[in-house]
Design a protein around this ligand. Structure first.
Ligand code: GLU
Length: 420
């Protein structure tokens, strides 16, 4: 079941195009330069036939899009989701290009995906899809070429299979993927990093609005990796979760929902709508819960023209990629809702991916405190740069973030001699 239906307007591709065009206008980019920056460097589409337990061959399609490598090796997650297609992966790859530039990690942007529903596969079948995908794209990957990571529908276990498969062909190469399990040279703090980055953005934005975390009520749409970590860390700093959803439904409670207990309950097979002490509500009602902070951490395009007006929050911090369509963004901005955009808000994941890659190059490990301290420093710096840029140009945070990202990629491309 999907949480909220998404109209055609909600494609990530249209959303990213819209913001890129605005940023390129701000930067005064010539059409030919903008066209080069927008278009992907390489797109790979592969066939993944898998023999399943029912004795039939099921055919999936895998994609890897390398958008721009001017600033370093391509970097971005791999998504397993039935709605994955080339346009979606292309848009997400482009977002990675601006995101890595914005937070100043020396990577380009990429994304991968397979149009599979992971929950419908046995663990053995998931492993087969994952290894087969690696076999088919390994020629364009490498620790100095393109480094995948987890995204929607994939996790540390998926990364372990990818690393192992790559290792069979090239020898043990931990830096080929990030987001690995701790037992296989993964980084401490990587699993929580995207959610932690969301919270850093919240605290920075809250300070600007004079909002105290202890009196902040928040709602999380999507209790996956990003949403559940953001919720747990927000709770740890004193905020109260008053609503949350996942693919099975939504729940609310004025008195607050315990994010740690919910995580435990779901990990042991519980269903979110039946979580004790909470009221089960229709998924559509989640958006209209009164709160200070709304964290979209599900799929792209979930907040759109037809439902944006329902939101009753002061601030949105985008844990997901592309959750707010341009039309929704305009409605919300007019209502005075502050939006911390995906590019900045969910960059904590790729920042700690960078730390993992650095540790892997040295076969060395930092402790969690050190990783978290370094992450905080990067997020605070990026937040300060985006808000200063927004203020100077009279822009919203999103246009400022895109403009900063695009500007840095352009500078690298020019310096290399790719663009005159
Ligand atoms: N999938 C995450 C993102 O969208 C992380 C990517 C990475 O760590 O390379 O930012």
């Amino acid at each position: 079941m999907r949480e909220v239906t998404r109209p055609a307007e909600a494609s990530n591709y249209q959303t990213v195009s819209h913001w890129f065009d605005l940023a390129s206008e701000r930067l005064g980019l010539a059409d030919d330069v903008a066209a080069v920056l927008r278009s992907p460097y390489r797109e790979v589409t592969v066939q993944l036939p898998i023999m399943r337990g029912d004795g039939r061959i099921h055919l999936f399609t895998g994609f890897r899009v390398q958008h721009n490598g001017a600033r370093g090796p391509y970097k971005g997650g791999i998504r397993f989701h039935p709605e994955v297609d080339l346009d979606e992966v292309r848009a997400l790859a482009e977002l990675m290009t601006w995101k890595t530039a914005l937070v100043g990690v020396p990577f380009g942007g990429a994304k991968g995906g397979v149009n599979v529903t992971p929950a419908e596969l046995t663990p053995g079948e998931r492993q087969q899809v994952t290894r087969s995908f690696m076999d088919k794209i390994e020629k364009v990957l490498g620790p100095t070429r393109d480094i995948p990571a987890p995204d929607v529908g994939t996790d540390a276990q998926t990364m372990a299979w990818l690393m192992d498969e790559y290792g069979k062909l090239h020898g043990h190469t931990p830096a080929i993927v990030t987001g690995k399990p701790i037992a296989l040279e993964g980084s401490y703090g990587r699993e929580a990093a995207t959610g932690r980055g969301v919270v850093h953005c919240f605290t920075q934005a809250a300070a600007g609005l004079g909002l105290d975390p202890a009196s902040t009520r928040f709602v999380v749409q999507g209790f996956g990796n990003v949403g559940s970590w953001a919720a747990r860390i927000l709770q740890d700093i004193g905020a109260t979760m008053v609503g949350v959803s996942d693919a099975s439904g939504a729940i609310a409670s004025d008195a607050g929902l315990d994010a740690h207990a919910l995580q435990e309950y779901l990990a042991h097979g519980g269903r979110l709508p039946e979580f004790a002490g909470a009221e089960s509500i229709p998924a559509g009602e989640l958006l209209s819960l009164e709160c200070e902070l709304f964290v979209p951490a599900a799929l792209g395009g979930m907040i759109h023209r037809e439902n944006a007006d329902l939101l009753r929050c002061r601030m949105i911090v985008e844990g997901a990629n592309g959750p707010t369509t341009p039309a929704a963004d305009e409605i919300l901005t007019d209502k005075g809702v502050m939006i911390v955009p995906d590019l900045l808000a969910n960059a904590g994941g790729v920042v700690v991916s960078y730390f993992e890659w650095v540790q892997n190059q040295q076969h060395f490990r930092w402790d969690e405190t050190e990783v978290n301290r370094k992450l905080e420093r990067v997020m605070h710096r990026a937040y300060a740069e985006v808000s200063a840029r927004a203020e100077a140009g009279g822009d919203c945070l999103r246009v400022a973030a895109f403009a900063l990202g695009v500007e840095r990629v352009l500078e690298a491309a020019r310096t290399r001699g790719y663009i005159g």
